[in-house]
Design a protein around this ligand. Structure first.
Ligand code: 6LW
Length: 528
């Protein structure tokens, strides 16, 4: 394990170049970024929808190299996700630091709406939710003279109110500040005081191709806000950027570094097959300059994957290892070890007793709740697909299964669009492997591949155009191909949802009464 970490660190160091940053700075489904600075340290959060734990939190010294240090909402009590789907759960969060306290405010679209949580010590975790009255999505906070202000977007406009963050009480009426410059879905507001102006920066156009970022300013927090004549300050929805390999840019947040330089984080997506994207919306970074008191970003507001700019002095981070083993873990609950592996997520609120460690293996108990269900708690443990070309393997033994039980790997985009490679039992009780393609109501299963034993290595790999499925019965020395299908059917454009592809382990039972268990000795993700 130590050797792998050292090698990863060395590679990360070799890859550093202080004048160029390759976007995205956080790859894969990490949308709606928000950032704050505490001294020399930056913290960034993203949205998480139906997955638990929620709101991944990252740390960086340079805004380019990010390490996931945990998840803000990592106790079940903080994150009710009943019935949450790829359109529900946790939407865009904002992170702020004020007077020794971290604040994270967001919307739980599958529960009571807007809420905030706080902590004075990131290592100790975050408070229970403090629920808020002002509706809309994408809430943000602004602090001034002991007052805490909240903005969000009820009624297609950006509204402001003062709140008591300890109780959630709304202290002033909600007032409309701005509706943007005419784009659809004014959202993602952030309020800043810079010099003599209050700046209100928002996203317009919706999160798809017409996404853009606009800004307005006023000398009073209540307005009136004047639009930047150069709006939008960020969009690829224009002729200059029509061929860029990044699209849909918007939903931004600003941060000032300790050296006085300004930076913007924002989301964008990278089309894979045609105009379709599978990796979800990813996190990007660019420097900001100021012209006539307005922020200027990108090349006339457009963005490419590779843009040369002077970064802050870069500091390498330990990247999360792609290979996860369980041999160091003592027998007992796996759920309790979840903080060691912050990149792994469950679907909705997990049934903790279905995830255990036994003899150095992760044992999933098959559940009657299925991946295609839009509620309940399917037994699933996944991570993001972060690269267009990748491979994802797991070594699995299925025990005590009867016909109808199944366990394996899933390439999961939405409840009704996922590809699964799994082991099950046929009508003669034989152990067989099969691949199933689910796409919005259509489902196709391959033939059965009869297995010589219950143990096999399952593999999914991919490139821009296809996902490929294979399995090995000799511990990964040789693989048998068993399926190939287009990536585009799992893209956001086809399958829908606000999420990106997750690669997961799963186990589901015929009727909930069987005792099937899937033992995994490792899972291994490698981007290519
Ligand atoms: C988010 C909204 C958006 O809350 O998509 O890109 C919504 N922007 O601001 C879900 O991520």
């Amino acid at each position: 394990m130590k050797t792998i970490r050292l090698a990863v660190l060395l590679l990360a160091c070799l890859g550093l170049n202080d004048s160029v940053a390759q976007n995205p700075v956080i790859k894969g489904f990490y949308p709606d970024p928000s950032v704050c600075r505490v001294g020399e340290d930056f913290y960034l959060v993203t949205s998480s929808f139906q997955f638990f734990p929620g709101v991944p939190i990252f740390h960086s010294k340079d805004l380019v190299n990010w390490e996931q240090i945990g998840n803000v909402l990592d106790r079940q009590e903080q994150l009710p996700l009943k019935d949450a789907t790829c359109w529900g759960g946790i939407y865009a969060p904002t992170i702020r630091y004020n007077d020794g306290v971290f604040y994270m405010i967001t919307t739980n679209c599958s529960s009571k709406g807007n809420f905030l949580v706080t902590t004075t010590d990131l290592r100790k975790g975050w408070s229970d939710p403090v629920w808020l009255k002002q509706g809309g999505i994408d809430p943000s906070l602004y602090f001034e003279d002991g007052k805490v202000w909240m903005v969000s977007n009820p009624n297609d406009g950006i509204y402001l109110c003062q709140i008591d963050p300890k109780t959630g009480e709304q202290l002033t009426e909600s007032v409309l500040l701005w509706q943007g410059d005419g784009g659809r879905y004014p959202e993602a507001p952030h309020l800043y005081k810079i010099g003599e102006y209050y700046y209100l920066m928002i996203a317009e156009g919706g999160t798809e191709l017409a996404h853009s970022e606009t800004i307005a300013r006023s000398k009073s927090i209540f307005g009136p806000y004047e639009s930047n004549p150069d709006n939008p300050i960020l969009t690829n929805c224009c002729r200059a950027a029509q061929g860029n390999s990044v699209q849909g840019i918007g939903h931004a947040d600003l941060v000032e570094a300790a050296d006085g330089s300004w930076w913007m984080v924002f989301l964008g997506h990278r089309p894979m097959s045609g105009a379709n994207h599978n990796l979800g919306r990813e996190t990007f970074l660019l420097p900001v300059t100021w012209r006539d008191g307005w922020p200027v970003v990108g090349k006339n507001g457009t963005v490419s994957e590779r843009m040369d700019f002077q970064t802050l002095p870069q500091k390498s981070v330990v990247k999360r290892p792609g290979r996860v083993t369980f041999s160091d873990y003592a027998d007992g609950s796996f759920f309790l070890r979840r903080r060691d592996l912050p990149e792994l997520v469950y679907m909705r609120n997990p049934k903790e007793s279905f995830y255990n460690i036994k003899s150095g293996k992760l044992v999933l108990t098959a559940s009657a709740d299925r991946l295609s269900d839009v509620s309940g708690s399917p037994v699933f443990l996944g991570r993001r697909q972060q690269d267009m070309a990748f491979s994802f393997d797991a070594s699995m033994t299925l025990r005590d299964a009867v016909r109808g039980d199944e366990a394996g790997l899933t390439v999961f985009m939405t409840e009704d669009s996922h590809y699964d490679i799994f082991v099950t039992r046929d009508e003669n009780g034989r152990s067989v492997l099969r691949v199933r393609y689910n796409f919005v109501g259509l489902s196709h299963e391959t033939k059965d591949y009869v297995l010589s034993s219950d143990r096999c290595v399952l593999r999914v790999s991919g490139d821009k155009e296809y996902y490929y499925f294979s399995f090995s019965q000799d511990d990964g020395r040789t693989f048998t191909d068993c399926g190939k299908v287009g990536t585009r059917y799992l893209s956001s454009e086809c399958a829908g949802g606000f999420t990106g592809v997750m690669l997961g382990l799963y186990a589901q039972s015929a009727n909930g009464k069987t005792k099937a268990k899937a033992e995994f000795s490792y899972l291994d993700y490698a981007g290519k």
